[in-house]
Design a binder for this molecule. Structure first.
Ligand code: ATP
Length: 199
């Protein structure tokens, strides 16, 4: 089984997240993608941070429309800040028959070697990277080439162009009372409205 993992805050999940997961599924022939929200430490939360329960509920609504996407509450249930390295190791041990591909946007790739045990992480699984608008393809290609050479990392830069949307942008639009139509799944838009999130 080829399993993709897309980790993130998902505060809230938007069409850029489902887009990168679906592009990786299509281009790399993944069997499933687990969208895995991170645990946020309570002291880091402010009134504009949605609760874990809300973030998971929005993810469930977003993936209901996408065939191979599922939600994993693995990190949230752990209730500690988990490092990607530890999560991927634990998942590989739990599912030794799975081939794991960590999915990310190009902004994340640019800093991955500074992450906790970044060098080890780069050898633990393969990576699929979606080019976010505003990021320069040549610079991202150069970073991928360097990581392949230095750490023998297996990195695929996805062909499909990603959507110009971020969770920060959505929280700001909602706070200003502006529409977020077309940036999140319609069910997520309704959820944000009904639960008065990000106001
Ligand atoms: P924020 O604006 O709060 O920083 P974000 O929109 O970047 O949030 P995260 O939950 O932090 O979302 O991102 C999770 C993962 O999804 C990261 O690897 C990030 O690069 C990727 N990602 C986020 N938005 C997009 C997008 N529009 N296209 C492709 N990948 C994306």
């Amino acid at each position: 089984m080829k399993t993709g993992i897309l980790g993130g805050t998902f505060d809230p999940v938007h069409l850029g997240h489902t887009g990168v997961a679906e592009a990786a599924t299509k281009e790399l022939g993944l069997d499933r993608v687990m969208m895995m929200p991170v645990h946020i430490q309570p002291f880091k939360q402010d009134r504009r941070t949605a609760s874990a329960e809300d973030r998971v509920a929005m993810l469930a609504l977003a993936v209901a429309r996408c065939d191979k996407l599922e939600v994993s509450t693995y990190e949230i249930e752990n209730e500690v800040v988990s490092y990607t390295y530890d999560t991927i190791r634990a998942l590989s041990e739990r599912h030794p028959e799975d081939e794991i591909c960590f999915i990310m946007g190009s902004d994340s790739l640019m800093s991955i070697d500074t992450w906790y045990k970044g060098a080890e992480l780069l050898g633990l699984c393969s990576f699929a990277v979606g080019l976010r608008p505003g990021d320069d393809r040549a610079a991202v290609e150069a970073k991928a080439a360097l990581l392949r050479e230095r750490y023998s990392a297996e990195i695929t830069l996805l062909q499909e162009m990603m959507l110009p949307v971020s969770s920060t942008q959505i929280r700001e639009l909602v706070e200003r009372g502006e529409p977020i139509y077309g940036l999140v799944a319609p069910e997520v838009e309704v959820y944000i409205d009904e639960h008065d999130l990000y106001l």
